[in-house]
Design a protein around this ligand. Sequence first.
Ligand code: ARG
Ligand code: ZN
Length: 430
Amino acid sequence: MTTLWIFFIFMNMDGFLKIAVCKETRDQVLIITPTTQEQVDILKNVTSQYETALWQPVSPVYMKEQAEVHLFVPGESFETVTSLLQDHDITHRVSLPNVNELIEMQTMNGTDPRSTSTFYERYHRLEDIYDWLNRTAHDNPRTVKTILVGSSHEKRPLYALKLSFSDRPNRKAMWIDCGIHAREWISPAFCLWFVHHSLSFYNYNKEITDILNNMDVYVLPVMNPDGYKYTWTTNRMWRKNRAPSHNPKCVGVDLNRNFDANWCTEGALPYPCSEIYCGAFPESEPESRAVADFLRQHKDSIQLYISIHSYSQMLLFPYSCTLEEAGNHNDLLEMVQEAARKIRTFYRSTYKYGAGAKTIYLAPGGSDDWAYDLGIKYSFTFELQDRGEYGFLLPPSRIGNACNEALTAVKTIALKVMEKTQAPKSPAAV
Ligand code: ARG
Ligand code: ZN
């Protein structure tokens, strides 16, 4: 009997310990609002000294009074970080109390038999995206080709798909890239969504049919495969590529600071440990160099460049690397305004829009600005859902909605580009 009792107590102890331990090892996301410069400085220190990942802003240099900071805090540092915030009276609340569970939801991938989600409403590991690329090209031999654009630092191939629904010579084209930043999983999901939509609705949906009749589309679903792989295996919060630096502790270049557009000026940093490290020189990274080379080789046909990121719901255009206005600023503004209006009407979501530098922050070395200066005068960066509720951990159940919003924007803008660049039809035989 006594043994039984002891056994019983032990079982309960175990349960009790589990709960206690569980609470402090949970990773969480905090929303913090510093109100004074002193609080800003403390917060900067906290994020650099403790194991945390800054979600917003992307680097401590952008922190300022009254601006929300979204901070991922691993279980190990949770107690320390929150008591520091409390000690200094810094306003904060938990926005995601159980990050681990959210991550599990995104990576389980269809093991739940009740789930009715399709392939395109889930996130996929890198290998599965490579399989999908091959399958898509194989199943659509007349319209889809894979193009090897280059390879990553760790020698993974960078494959783009070329969608081409007509073989008229001198066709115009558009380019879409996804997954420059590894942790923005909704981005590659969008590239897959877009290709699927194009292949399924050509001849059924008027807008996509008009677009594909007029131009070829290049889609690069994962521009940063090494980083993306790393977010699945090791660190879900990884942003940069995986190139080592001279400091063995600090890995990775921010590929969207590595292009030759006011490279490494204000808004980027020359330090390998920073999340916005610009690299050793412009196009120092094989990933950005490959895309830049491809765009240079095809600049006469490519009229429209779109780069997909998350999160914050914004439709941005050049410049981000200077406060100066782009030459066709008003055209670009009109396009994103119309796209945002449609998204609001169809999906009741609000997207901010405007020139990057004035809408978010100065951020030099971006692909959109570089493509613009190359001569692709319709150049955009979209920041997809959400506005911070789930941030980079957007649940799979929201993929469809997020992608449809972005699809609306892509279509609206592509149709406007066609309108602006096609010579007005002159009446025949006048
Ligand atoms: N969140 C994106 C980034 O930090 C914004 C990109 C806007 N365009 C740009 N050229 N910076 O890279
Ligand atoms: Zn990004």
